[in-house]
Structure formats: structure tokens, C-alpha cells
Design a protein around this ligand. Sequence first.
Ligand SMILES: *[C@@H]1O[C@H](CO)[C@@H](O)[C@H](O)[C@H]1NC(C)=O
Ligand SMILES: *[C@@H]1O[C@H](CO)[C@@H](O)[C@H](O)[C@H]1NC(C)=O
Ligand SMILES: *[C@@H]1O[C@H](CO)[C@@H](O)[C@H](O)[C@H]1NC(C)=O
Ligand SMILES: *[C@@H]1O[C@H](CO)[C@@H](O)[C@H](O)[C@H]1NC(C)=O
Ligand SMILES: *[C@@H]1O[C@H](CO)[C@@H](O)[C@H](O)[C@H]1NC(C)=O
Ligand SMILES: *[C@@H]1O[C@H](CO)[C@@H](O)[C@H](O)[C@H]1NC(C)=O
Ligand SMILES: *[C@@H]1O[C@H](CO)[C@@H](O)[C@H](O)[C@H]1NC(C)=O
Ligand SMILES: *[C@@H]1O[C@H](CO)[C@@H](O)[C@H](O)[C@H]1NC(C)=O
Ligand SMILES: *[C@@H]1O[C@H](CO)[C@@H](O)[C@H](O)[C@H]1NC(C)=O
Ligand SMILES: *[C@@H]1O[C@H](CO)[C@@H](O)[C@H](O)[C@H]1NC(C)=O
Length: 874
Amino acid sequence: MKWLSAAICLQLAHALAGAPPPYSNVARQSPNNSTPPPDSKEAFSPPKYPSPWMDGSGGWEQAYAKAQAFVKQLTLLEKVNLTTGVGWEGEACVGNVGAIPRLGFPALCMQDSPLGVRFADFVSAFPAGGTVAASWDRGVWYERGYQMGSEHRGKGVDVQLGPVVGPLGRSPEGGRNWEGFSPDPVLSGIAVAETIRGIQDAGVIACTKHYILNEQEHFRQPATVNGTFLEAISSNVDDKTLHELYLWPFADAVRAGTGSIMCSYNQINNSYACQNSYLLNHILKGELGFQGFVMSDWSAQHAGVSSALAGLDMTMPGDTAFDTGLSFWGTNLTISLLNGTVPEWRLDDMATRIMAAYYFVGRDTASVPVNFNSWSLDTFGYEHPYASVGYGLINQHVDVRAEHALAIRSAAARSTVLLKNTAGTLPLEGTEKFTAVFGEDAGDNAYGPNGCPDHGCDNGTLAQGWGSGTASFPYLISPLTAIQNELLQNGKVVQSVTDNWAYTQVQALARQASVSIVFVNADSGEQYIVVDGNEGDRNNLTLWGDGDTLIKNVTANCNNTIVVIHSVGPVLVDAWYDNPNVTAILWAGLPGEQSGNSIADVLYGRVNPGGKLPFTMAKTRKDFGTDLIYTPNNGDNAPQDDFVEGVFIDYRHLDKYNIAPIYEFGYGLSYTTFKYSSISVSKTYSGPYTPNEGTTAAAPTLGNFSTDPADYQFPSNLTYVTAYLYPYLNSTDLEKASQEPDYGQDGWIPDGALDGSPQPRIAAGGGPGGNPQLWDTLFAVTATITNNGTVAGEEVVQLYVSLGAPDDPKVVLRNFERLSIQPGQSATFTADITRRDVSNWDTESQNWVISEYPKKVYVGSSSRKLLLSSDLSF
Ligand SMILES: *[C@@H]1O[C@H](CO)[C@@H](O)[C@H](O)[C@H]1NC(C)=O
Ligand SMILES: *[C@@H]1O[C@H](CO)[C@@H](O)[C@H](O)[C@H]1NC(C)=O
Ligand SMILES: *[C@@H]1O[C@H](CO)[C@@H](O)[C@H](O)[C@H]1NC(C)=O
Ligand SMILES: *[C@@H]1O[C@H](CO)[C@@H](O)[C@H](O)[C@H]1NC(C)=O
Ligand SMILES: *[C@@H]1O[C@H](CO)[C@@H](O)[C@H](O)[C@H]1NC(C)=O
Ligand SMILES: *[C@@H]1O[C@H](CO)[C@@H](O)[C@H](O)[C@H]1NC(C)=O
Ligand SMILES: *[C@@H]1O[C@H](CO)[C@@H](O)[C@H](O)[C@H]1NC(C)=O
Ligand SMILES: *[C@@H]1O[C@H](CO)[C@@H](O)[C@H](O)[C@H]1NC(C)=O
Ligand SMILES: *[C@@H]1O[C@H](CO)[C@@H](O)[C@H](O)[C@H]1NC(C)=O
Ligand SMILES: *[C@@H]1O[C@H](CO)[C@@H](O)[C@H](O)[C@H]1NC(C)=O
């Protein structure tokens, strides 16, 4: 979700006014046949219709039955209400659809963010997704999800807008990578599934986002750039890369039962994500069998009929651009049903999917009324903030944090990665005579922890990025505060310099210290806020605040310098990491509200670090192999981002080109050491892989509706709220009511789009996430891991597979387990290898196949420490 500045709003409104009619983007998809327009050299997304209707399979049976029973009672207008947001700042949440007053059904509330409740008080600020990824701990992910879900539930939220697996993190510069987990699809896929289970077990619908290939902030929206109007960037990807990399974690999200999925801003193969029939109809609802609903990102919908036919189910925040009072749906969706361009079964399917998600997570019993307001923290204010209507109690300041701070502290400590530790520098004893702490990143933000709107600044210690993916801190424990607390109780000396440029003072203090701890950072966020010239995406991979110079000024004067990095992803450390005076390095990510306590737990040895890097730290920016598009590259047309590297991102790229990283994917040290031995692989019988076959049932229609426009007019007694969106018509003349300049001139409907008859099933489909046989276990792997050090520790044991073909990565991560082992003891690592784990996507048969190439399994402590191996014989 996003928030636009007024200036961008105007640009967007202008762009839309001059934009082509609603079918334009279907037209671009060559609706009447499956080949690209002959004059087009651009990437092309094939049309796929009709939009699959949900059938309640794969564990959704009960939710489906309840949803159908509910939707059967609804009128056409009530169904439209469920699908359309009431407009930006129309109600308390960042997104709200219409209510069904006749049945006493309250309006659904959608609220950011993937790391907590945005725009609310008395909530927790959890560690970011990209930080907890480094724990490689399923329990941490589930618990964080459950606690975030509980907080949303307590505030009255129906849909938490998270977790994130798009961006996946193709390039480390991507501004929102930290909201997601990891550029590795398996690590991301397992993390997203556990998070979804946690959120939904707490009775709140998860919204997995942003589907799909939303890999950069620059050009994500249509906008006027240097006087030229440009459509949003097109991420151009091939079928194999889509399946083996970017779609993979979304498949896991669907398999985990995500109630909703948010389509993204960008285009994919030159078709907007929220009206891309190939990706929504064919891939998501067809092949992956997604049973929940597709919600648009905020203002990511660009057409009414086209998006409905392409598989969108809910538009957010509902208006064509913020607060126009107009919508591609609402009134227009009612009209589309009356003029026959959207079939009744499609609207019924939208409403059923929304209600099925509601029942699937148990909202019928978990729901409480919304008791906060996104647009003001005051107790009294407006119920309809944009219109300034309905003054009254808007905030009950309900404290929903429970004991979550304990888990937040522990999750961040367990996600901290120890990158360097010379001669057992860490853990510190807490008895050091003189500790010096350096860096703005060690201290507080002078403006307060929430002093910059949506955290759009890099002041004080960095504990989350910026943009809509944030939550208000209830407090933020800085590293300096926690280190002081630690040392003062031992009666030691601790002093700090938190001005990164006060070199004289830095040098003087470093000379006195027995140990120096330098805190440095690198930030990024969402495009609508520019911080230090970074439009969401990072302009470079170096440290902010001239961190390199700060570190060097300390190391020049102190031979025991510990560096702690708070960052959104990889940073370049080449300038100092191997300086012998740098005796330890920790990567602490974006730890959330307990930041200082979490890092103190690691520094002083209460927590033995067991985190592993969820990305590569390469030597140079170029070594990552991919980068963003910062300037238009296609004249007056949408910038084109060709994903030419295929599946070779992050470690797969460095492995392919034999580039040595500084710290590889999966790397991380402990205060103890581990020995790996005795790999054993046993083959598990499972039958042959059979394609999903047959045909679906016909699309159900739930009730009848009148086609007389007179039945859909604004009720005479309705009090119209300014810029609010309703399902009603203000004229019995449909064209007039639509206020659409090009009404009825669309000329055609894509072939098959209105067809509700039984459809052929997709071979690679058949269950949530794809063909259920993809999760058959083919091999069971075990290995022995021994703690041969002197302290208890945790080791993330990683299983990699080499798929063997010349165009496959050297190895790909396929499983892992975090083991807790006492000194001198051994533990058994166990992991399954599924059919999916050893398959490639075959573009010919449009299915997963196990290639004839010889395959191997590796068990190791990182992507480059593949300590044990065995052949896989089929
Ligand atoms: C649609 O939702 C709005 C806003 O909640 C409500 O005022 C209106 O009564 C609803 N219309 C119908 C037909 O339920
Ligand atoms: C209907 O949609 C069109 C764009 O397709 C828009 O121009 C018009 O304002 C919308 N009408 C209403 C009543 O929201
Ligand atoms: C805080 O951040 C703002 C916005 O980035 C910046 O202009 C300002 O100089 C910073 N102030 C301090 C005290 O760091
Ligand atoms: C990289 O970007 C940061 C943040 O804008 C800035 O402080 C730093 O100077 C930049 N580094 C280089 C080498 O330009
Ligand atoms: C300390 O900082 C200054 C910047 O004023 C820089 O010129 C100098 O090289 C730094 N010292 C070291 C040892 O890096
Ligand atoms: C670091 O410097 C201190 C004195 O400043 C000295 O006692 C110590 O031996 C040095 N350590 C190393 C590893 O050089
Ligand atoms: C390491 O620190 C000592 C001071 O303890 C200093 O004399 C020496 O030059 C430093 N070495 C480097 C490589 O910075
Ligand atoms: C806009 O034009 C200026 C001047 O030619 C150029 O420096 C800048 O990079 C352009 N911006 C974009 C986003 O292309
Ligand atoms: C408006 O009138 C309808 C029927 O005439 C009635 O059902 C509804 O409750 C009224 N709504 C309001 C807000 O008075
Ligand atoms: C049907 O209604 C929709 C929504 O107003 C409009 O976009 C479309 O042009 C209309 N089509 C026909 C054939 O009337």
C-alpha cells in the first residue's frame, strides 16, 4: 500500500484523464488470439479467460459453503459494496469497503503493515521481514505472525496488509526489499507460509503482496517524468524464471492458505499486474488454485471491466485516484453488470472469495469493532476524515501489545548475524574498563522515534525502513541506552560520540577505549518519500552517514573495534572488514522496538548468535549482477526491465561466475563451533507424477438481479459523504451514470471472458499452490551435527541441491533446520526433499519435470560451505 503526495496525485489524475479507455490494456494483450501484435517488439503477456471461479477445494470447503450461503442473500448493490473501497481516507482504516447495513455486516477494514499495525498507538513495532529471515527459524516466524495478527485483531482490523514476497529482492538496491524476506525463493517461501499461518491463526486475513515482480520503486506507477507521461515500468520475465524464482514463494503462500493477495503497481510483460489475465486468471487462480481474493495495491487499478475479467476481486482504496469520488468499480461495476460486460458469476465469485477468506480465518467469531483511526491519534475526530464528517470518538487507545516485547527482543537477537569474531572478541564480559560507543545509529532520533512521517528519515538508530510498511514505535530502545544499562550496573565507564562527523572527538575517545562499538546503517523505503536523494530505492550500497570514514577514524585509534550494521540489506564492507583492528562485525538488520536490548543480548553473550545471512554480501555493487533502472530507457513508453539474468540472482549469480563474495548467502558464525558428519539419504517411495486432468464445474450464480436501472438509483434519504464511493447510480441512463467519456466504445470483450461453462483443468494445478504431488517426499536426508565448542549454541543447517543441467544454478537452497545443541553434544538434522525440490519448470509441457541430469544433495553451514554431499539416485 502506498500514500501519494498531493503533487503526484495531480500528476496521476492528469495521467488518467488523458489515459486510454478501460480496455486499453487488454487490447495490448491482443485479446482475440494468443499471439502478440505483429508490430510489437515488446514483451507480451498472453490473454487467459475466463477468470477461474473458486470451488472451495484444498481445505476451503467449509469456508466456501458459509460464503456461498452469505452471498446468496445479497443484492447486486451489496455485492458491489464488498468489492469496492469507499475512497482514500473515507473511513478509519487505510482501506475500507462498503458495509451491508441490512444484514448488520460491518465494513471490512484493511490495514498496513507487514511488521505491525501502521498508524495506531499502543501497538508493537516488530523486526522487519528481511531481518527475521536471518533467524531461519520457523518458530520465530510463526510467533511473530501470530502476535502481529493478534494486534490487528485487537484494533478491529480484518485484513493485515502483509507479509511480503514481492519484491523478492532481485537487486539489493530495491527500496522495499526489507519488507520481504530474502532473494532466495525457498527461504522466502517457508518464512511467508509460517507468517501467514500465524496471522490467520490469530483470526485475521493475511494479504500476501505484491503480486508480482514489483522489484523496484522507480517508475512503479504511471507518472510524468521530466515532462513525459510514462506508463509504469514493465518487468519482463520468462515462464521458467517466473516459476522457478519469483512465483515460488507465492505458491507457498497460497498453499499456506493466504486469504488474500495484493496485485502490484508495475506491469509484467507490458500488462498491468491488476489486470493481467495471464498472471491472475491463469497462474494464480488457475495453476496455483488460489481460493481467496485479489486486492489491488493502492491506485494500482487502471481499468474497470478489464480488471474484473482479468481476476481482480477488490479495488483499493476504491477511487480512480485519491479522493476523486469516482471509481472504476462501485457505480461502474453495477453498470457493467447491467450492460452485460461483466457476467453475474464473476461478481458472485468476487464476493464469495472475499467472504470465504473471512470465514476461513474465523472472522465471524474473532471480529471486534474498529477502535482506532489511521488519520488521527486524537481521541475525538471525524468518522469520515477526508470529508470531515461524523465528529465523535474515533480512538479508544486500546493497548494490544500484551507481552510481545519479549518475543520481539528475542526474535531480533536470534536474527543477528555474527560475521567476524577475531580470537573470541565476542561475547564481551561487561567488565571492560572503558567502552566507547560511536555513531548516530547508536542513539535516539532527536525528533522522537516516530518523529519523521512514515519513518522517512535516517535519524538516530535505524530499526525499520520507511514507507507504508512501518508501524509506530511504542518506544525505541537505542543501542546506547542498552549498553549503558549493561555497563553501569557493573560500575564501568561508557562514553559515546553520536555525531558521525565529529572526527576530533571520535579519535580522542577511540584512543581511550578498551573496546569501541561503532554503529552504522543504510536505509531505504517506499517511493513516495525521498530521503537524502533516495527515491525509495537505494542510490548505492555503501553505508549512510559516511559510515566508512567513521569506522576508519575509530580503527585508526583503537585495536579492538566492533562494528554493528543496521541495514535494509547488503552493504559494501570492503573498505574495512579485514582491518585487523576490526575485531568483530555483527549484522543486526532492522530489529524493531527492542533494538538496543536485542543487540546487548548478543554483545554480552546472553544470546549466542545463530542467525545466517539471508542474502549475499558481495565485494562490489557490480558483483551482484543485477541492478535497477533509474532513468527512462524506452523513450515515451513504459520503461522496460528485462530480467535477462533468469534465475541467477544473489548467490546463484556469484556461484555461476565464480565471484568470491565477502560473506556468502547462508553465512554466520557462533560463539561455539560445529562439526558436520554422517550424511544419509533414503529414498521414499511415491507414485508417478500425474498431471491434473478433467474439467471444472460450471460457474455458480448466486441469486438473480433486476436489469432495470431504476432499481439501482441513489436512495433519496442517503446523506452523501463527499468523495465517498457508493454502488448506486445517479441516472437511469447507464452512459450518463457512468460519467465515462468512452462509454460503450470498448467494442469487444476478450474471447471467452464471459464464459461460465466448465473449463479444462491445468496440468500443474490441482490444489492450493499447485499439483499436490509436487509436495510428495522423494528423499529423506539426515546428518549429524556436533557442538565441538564450549558453550551451548544454535546452528542453521542448510540443505542445497544441484539440479545438474548446464543452465541450472550450481546449487539451490531447498531446506534447513535450526538446531539447538549443548557443548559436546550432537543433534540429528532431518529434512525432506520433495518432488518440487528436484524439478524444473518445463515450458513445453507447462509442468514440473525431473530432468535426466544427475543430481546431488549437499548439507552445509552456508551456500559455500557444503560440508557433506551425496548423489540423489532416482
Ligand atoms: C454500501 O456501503 C455504504 C458504506 O458503508 C453504506 O452506507 C451503504 O448503505 C451500503 N449499501 C448497501 C446497498 O448496502
Ligand atoms: C467510471 O469509470 C471511468 C473510467 O473508466 C471514469 O472515468 C468514471 O469517472 C467512472 N464513473 C464513476 C461514476 O465513478
Ligand atoms: C533528521 O532527518 C531529517 C530528514 O532526513 C534531516 O533533514 C535532519 O537533518 C535530521 N536531523 C538530525 C538532527 O539528524
Ligand atoms: C550513498 O548514499 C548515501 C545515502 O544517500 C549517502 O550518504 C552516501 O554518501 C552515498 N555514497 C556514495 C559513495 O555516494
Ligand atoms: C577521519 O576522518 C577524516 C574526515 O575528516 C578523514 O579525512 C580521515 O581520513 C579519517 N581518518 C582515517 C584514519 O580514515
Ligand atoms: C591493543 O592495544 C593495547 C594498548 O593500546 C595493547 O595492550 C594490546 O596488546 C593491543 N592488542 C593487540 C591485539 O594488538
Ligand atoms: C590499530 O590500532 C592501533 C592503536 O591501538 C594503531 O596504532 C594502528 O595503526 C591501527 N591499525 C590499523 C591498521 O588501523
Ligand atoms: C530528468 O532530466 C535531467 C536533466 O536532463 C536528468 O539529469 C535526470 O536524470 C532526468 N530524470 C530522470 C528520472 O530521467
Ligand atoms: C432509507 O429508506 C429505506 C427505504 O425507504 C430504509 O430502508 C432505510 O433504512 C432508510 N435509510 C436511512 C439512512 O434512513
Ligand atoms: C458497460 O459499462 C462499463 C462501466 O461503466 C463501461 O466501461 C463499458 O464501456 C460499458 N460497455 C458497454 C458495451 O456498454
